[in-house]
Design a protein around this ligand. Structure first.
Ligand SMILES: Cc1ncc(COP(=O)(O)O)c(C=O)c1O
Length: 392
């Protein structure tokens, strides 16, 4: 090597082996969900753009482009990208100064309740509706106290909440409504995005979601002023280079993630169509199976089929745990979302609301099973899953 010459970057002689799900009967096991991976060559132009711009994060050009593209695709007024769905919830709660008690659902991913804890609010768990697994509107009013500041419902599995009933209750009691819409990308009610309801809605763009930016999330705001507040909260509280309004976190999404999101967005309609086809196949196959019961959501909703949950009822010869194991043995990695309930977990189970009977939530949690649904699911694996489900 001549003086001044730089050593070539030492790359491993053989690439690191890609982890694979163990093949079973010649077919790799299928997870409950799997991200859609666009052709690698189509991602390269985004990388070239990032290299040319030398702008890696802090609301770069791809980030801004993705915000506008998502507002347009989702039909929402203002969208702010953030680093993940948990941060989205934290920022939304901070933006609305939510504290005291917040009425929420025990049937969700832990992040819903964690976000409340992280802002110092107390989750108050109420029961859910057996038809959609969402917070039961009739359970909200009895849980309201003088300390209640907000309602935090979840559009669980992308099933839209009863947004009108929740809005009425919130109006009467002067409560904020923040929807955890982590599962509800692209979901519509009455021909309009479900994300426009409530004071704010939050999304997760985690790799397991219908639309993903590897990690990521967003907050939907009704007006420019609220978006500006959210944008400050995701950037340490800075109003401009010199002024800091109030201390906050770093919740930014970077240019690589924004580029990945822009590419995903090109494929989203095909992804949703494939998910709808798989959902139809499951529904048709389970029509006459008494003990494995899918959910039938009101036809006015446009769903995203982010999950395919079923209830394994007493009519089934085995319970949800055993059916889950039977599917796993065949390489079909179903998951028991959301069992156990958040209110039965450490950090929550000592709350007064966690010690209530919550009969519907507890029954649903004991019977729930989520079947694989993702654009890469092969017909072979779908047929195999259906064979097992129709033979119990
Ligand atoms: C209902 C719900 N809320 C919030 C989150 C948190 O999102 P993230 O993983 O992007 O932080 C998730 C994640 O899976 C979720 O399912």
């Amino acid at each position: 090597m001549t003086p001044g010459e730089r050593p070539a970057l030492a790359l491993p002689a053989t690439p690191h082996p890609t982890p694979r799900l163990v093949p079973l009967h010649g077919e790799p096991a299928t997870p409950v969900t799997q991200p859609f991976m666009p052709p690698l060559t189509e991602f390269l132009p985004y990388l070239e753009t990032i290299w040319a711009n030398r702008w890696l994060t802090n609301s770069g050009p791809l980030h801004q482009q993705l915000e506008r593209a998502l507002e347009s695709y989702l039909g929402v007024p203002y969208l702010s990208l953030v680093s993940n769905g948990t941060t989205a919830l934290w920022i939304a709660l901070q933006a609305l100064k939510v504290g005291g008690e917040v009425i929420t659902t025990p049937f969700s991913f832990v992040a819903t309740a964690h976000a409340l804890r992280l802002v110092g609010a107390t989750p108050v768990f109420v029961d859910i509706d057996e038809h959609d697994c969402n917070m039961a509107p009739g359970a909200i009013e009895p849980a309201i106290t003088a300390r209640t500041s907000a309602i935090l419902p979840v559009h669980c599995f992308g099933h839209p909440c009863d947004v009108m009933a929740i809005a009425d209750i919130a109006d009467i009691h002067d409560l904020k409504v923040i929807y955890d819409a982590a599962h509800a990308f692209g979901v519509e009610v009455g021909g309009r995005s479900v994300l426009g309801h409530g004071d704010l809605s939050t999304l997760s763009f985690h790799a397991t979601k219908v639309f993903n930016t590897v990690e990521g999330g967003a907050i939907i705001a009704p007006d420019a002023r609220t978006k500006a507040k959210i944008d400050r909260l995701r950037n340490f509280g800075f109003v401009d280079d010199m002024t800091m309004a109030r201390p906050s976190i770093n919740g930014k999404l970077n240019e690589f993630q924004a580029g990945f999101g822009l590419l995903q967005l090109r494929y989203i309609d095909g992804i949703l169509t494939r998910r709808a086809q798989i959902s139809e196949r499951y529904h048709a196959a389970l029509r006459d199976v008494a003990g494995v019961v899918p959910f039938h959501i009101d036809g006015a909703a446009r769903l995203n089929h982010s999950y395919f949950p079923v209830l394994v009822t007493r009519d089934c010869s085995i319970d949800a745990d055993r059916l889950c194991s039977r599917l796993h043995d065949a390489g079909i990695l179903a998951r028991r979302y959301f069992h156990p309930l958040i209110c039965d977990m450490p950090g929550y189970r000592d709350l007064p609301s966690a010690r209530q009977p919550l009969p519907v939530a507890r029954r649903i949690a004991s019977q729930i099973l989520c079947l694989p649904i993702h654009p890469n699911l092969s017909d072979t694996m779908l047929d195999r899953a259906i064979d097992i489900l129709t033979d119990v």
